[in-house]
Design a protein. Structure first.
Length: 323
């Protein structure tokens, strides 16, 4: 309930600032989208696509600034301390507000520092295996792990990352022992799985589908309530008896608390319009295996509440610690 009140209060604060300063025009100068991840990844690409399309609509430059590392904390702290005028926007993932609060005893930011603007997409990750692993589904993988406990391993993006939480949940529910090998990101864990440095890893469809099609990796399961139309042969964790394993991640936009509601609404409205353009939606969302969300600020705030609670249970189960 505390998180609900905090997020609603942040929205109300933005509305108050809007009333105090009048609707005015937004933006009035360059807008900066701070991406909490390095260049080249899916979230960075999405940020640059938004910048390219928003600039002509807004009549102002829109630039992307990458602030990777530190479990998204440096980027988040930077935006939290920026002027609350809508000209600095945070683009980040579920790690920032759903997972980090359960990993770190103290953070240099809190929910009170931000207004959620919109959840862009939801993506489900696949459990991937090196072709040398003699398993084609979860039942065979579990049997293999039970026959050789502690010999299989999996790569993640680090302690507390979504792959780590998903794998540890699977281990707990299946009663198996698979060794965790943390990497510094997807750009390291996928090549490691292809090279056989680790037997298993997790990744979204956009980055893993070409590898699966080329036979460099094989997909054993996918998260979510249903199979992906892009990879219909891959069954879900739930279909295979493990509905508790949750692999989803999301991308979302945030602005500092106190940002005028007029600016919040403008960002949300224009970004949602871009994502709902048929051409953009098909090419940049559907064909990359993402689920379109483009939710309102209120809906996004409510979603974070539910997601953060679920991630708390997964973190506790995994025993993940801040690195």
């Amino acid at each position: 309930m505390r998180l609900v009140v905090t997020l609603v209060a942040a929205l109300a604060c933005g509305l108050t600032a809007w009333s105090a300063h009048g609707q005015g025009s937004y933006p009035t100068r360059q807008v900066r989208i701070v991406v909490a991840y390095p260049p080249g990844g899916g979230i960075d690409v999405m940020g640059r696509q938004l910048a390219e399309r928003l600039a002509p609509q807004w009549g102002q430059p829109v630039v992307v600034e990458n602030r990777p590392g530190g479990s998204t904390i440096p980027a988040t702290e930077l935006v939290a301390k920026s002027p609350a005028d809508g000209h600095t926007i945070l683009l980040t993932t579920d790690s920032t507000f759903s997972i980090n609060p359960h990993l770190f005893a103290k953070l240099p930011y809190s929910d009170r520092d931000f207004v959620p603007v919109t959840q862009l997409i939801l993506l489900q990750q696949l459990l991937l295996a090196n072709p040398s692993v003699p398993a084609t589904n979860l039942a065979e993988l579990v049997a293999l792990a039970k026959a050789k406990p502690g010999t299989l391993n999996y790569g993640s993006y680090g302690s507390g990352s979504q792959p780590h939480l998903a794998a540890e949940t699977l281990k707990a529910k299946a009663g198996i022992d698979i060794v965790h090998i943390p990497y510094k990101g997807l750009s390291f864990s996928i090549p490691a799985a292809i090279a056989g440095e680790v037997e298993l890893t997790f990744s979204g469809i956009a980055s893993s589908r070409p590898q699966v099609q080329a036979g460099r990796l094989k997909a054993l399961a996918i998260g979510g309530p249903q199979r992906s139309p892009l990879m219909p042969a891959v069954p879900t964790f739930a279909e295979q008896g493990y509905p508790e394993v949750e692999t989803h991640a999301w991308f979302g936009l945030f602005v500092p608390a106190g940002t005028p509601r007029a600016a919040v609404d403008r960002i949300y409205r224009d970004v949602a319009a871009i994502f709902n353009e048929p051409g953009f939606r098909e090419k940049e969302v559907v064909q990359k295996g993402y689920d379109l969300v483009a939710s309102s600020p209120e809906a996004f705030a409510a979603f974070i509440v539910r997601d953060r609670e679920a991630r708390g249970r997964a973190v506790k189960l995994s025993g993940a610690k801040a690195e």
